[in-house]
Design a protein around this ligand. Structure first.
Ligand SMILES: C[S@@+](CC[C@H](N)C(=O)[O-])C[C@H]1O[C@@H](n2cnc3c(N)ncnc32)[C@H](O)[C@@H]1O
Ligand code: SF4
Length: 384
């Protein structure tokens, strides 16, 4: 029996000062003025169109992602949040995150974001090495990155995440560790540590940068950084996520636990369980910001709205849940997919016999080896 899980709200802001050569997010380098006013109005129309899908449910987290949401002034973020909270029920302790590029963090901005209701900032730091930052095409240097984090802390925001990437062009193990050292010296609540990937249709995919570390070197970096982060009190809880106790990102945890989310904004994706019909749907909005601005709130703004077939749900669930160090409970698997646990027992047995998963009571957890072969473990659940 499908039980509607917690609900989150994702808000996409699709512009950046300049497009980074490694990035395949729906983000567009700015040319001309930012259409803040029109975009805020479009988001509200978009939300209103989707409201009947989530009637009466509470929102536990909000995430402004991008792109670069910190390009939007605090007054616009305040307007979006008050329009959303007037139409949706926000849980009293809702986590509200805003992604920030340190190159866009003017002094005094964070106090105003906080005033608007933002209580968590996620900084795109990537590296503290100025050579690496240049090779990544970033718009800021390490001094600006540190100043931005300190400015947020001075403005009373203590729930901060720093995004780092590793296996960067020209980076060795010592440099990767120094990045982690500089991050933990700023005492954030959370660190995300991503392996730089060459995504199709990016500048880096077309012309890979020189000096990329090989796979073995990248594993060594990850192992050493996990140990350094653990030593500093940041426990790994997902493939790329590390947190101090109690500071895991609630919004992302909800994705990984196959929770529900409404997505508004250009190219934003949502996933919703419709309790009454037993359906789970994935729904997304048109990607191009110009098309989105022209159509938001009308059926033409829907890029797609597809049900997840019952036979595909176990794979979809595992794609998320097996990224978590603590795995999942079979009870949650049943409640969130609407499928019986007996439907995955053959795959679980195979994974256990290969030493990839362990089961304790109701809990299924990847082993250390399972974490190294996450894609193979998930692949077992692929049907057809
Ligand atoms: C939407 S961006 C964060 C906010 C802001 N746009 C910025 O870059 O400062 C999300 C994060 O994804 C990570 N990321 C983007 N492209 C990546 C890639 N090709 N490989 C690994 N991580 C990537 C970066 O760490 C980035 O900070
Ligand atoms: S990494 Fe961030 S700043 Fe760079 S293009 Fe992607 S979304 Fe924009």
């Amino acid at each position: 029996m499908l039980v509607p899980p917690p609900l989150a709200l994702y808000i996409h802001i699709p512009w950046c000062v300049r497009k980074c050569p490694y990035c395949d997010f729906n983000s567009h380098g700015l040319s001309g003025e930012l259409p803040v006013r029109k975009y805020v109005q479009a988001l509200v129309r978009d939300l209103e169109q989707d409201l009947p899908l989530v009637w009466g449910r509470s929102v536990h987290s909000v995430f402004f992602g991008g792109g670069t949401p910190s390009l939007f002034p605090p007054a616009a973020i305040a307007e979006i949040l008050s329009a959303c909270s007037a139409r949706l029920r926000f849980a009293p302790d809702a986590e509200i995150t805003l992604e920030c590029n340190p190159g866009t963090a003017e002094h005094g901005r964070f106090a105003a974001y906080r005033e608007a209701g933002v209580n968590r900032i996620s900084f795109g730091i990537q590296s503290f090495d100025d050579g690496c930052l240049r090779r990544l095409g970033r718009i800021h240097d390490s001094a600006e990155a540190e100043a931005a984090v300190k400015s947020a802390q001075d403005d009373g925001l203590d729930n901060l995440n720093l995004d780092l990437m590793y296996a960067l062009p020209g980076q060795d193990l010592g440099m990767a560790l120094r990045d982690v050292e500089r991050a933990v010296a700023l005492a954030p609540a959370h660190v995300s540590h991503y392996h730089l990937t060459l995504e199709p249709n990016t500048v880096f995919a077309a012309k890979p940068p020189e000096g990329l570390p090989d796979e073995d070197a990248a594993w060594d970096m990850q192992d050493a950084c996990i140990a350094r982060l653990a030593h500093a009190g940041y426990a790994q809880y997902e493939v790329s996520a590390y947190a101090r106790p109690g500071r895991q990102c609630r919004h992302n945890l909800n994705y990984w636990r196959f929770g529900d989310y409404l997505g508004i904004g250009a190219g934003a994706h949502g996933k919703l369980s419709l309790g009454a019909s037993g359906e789970i749907r994935r729904r997304w909005k048109v990607k191009n910001p110009r098309d989105y601005l022209a159509t938001a709130g009308t059926p033409a703004s829907i890029g797609g709205d597809d049900p997840i077939a019952p036979e595909d749900r176990p794979f979809d669930y595992m794609l998320n849940a097996l990224r978590l160090v603590d795995g999942f409970s079979l009870h949650d698997f049943e409640a969130r997919t609407g499928m019986p646990r007996s439907g995955i027992s053959a795959e679980l047995d195979t994974a256990i016999s290969r030493g990839w998963l362990q089961v304790e009571g109701d809990t299924v957890r990847p082993t250390t080896m399972g974490r190294r072969f996450t894609n193979d473990v998930i692949g077992l659940f692929l049907r057809g």
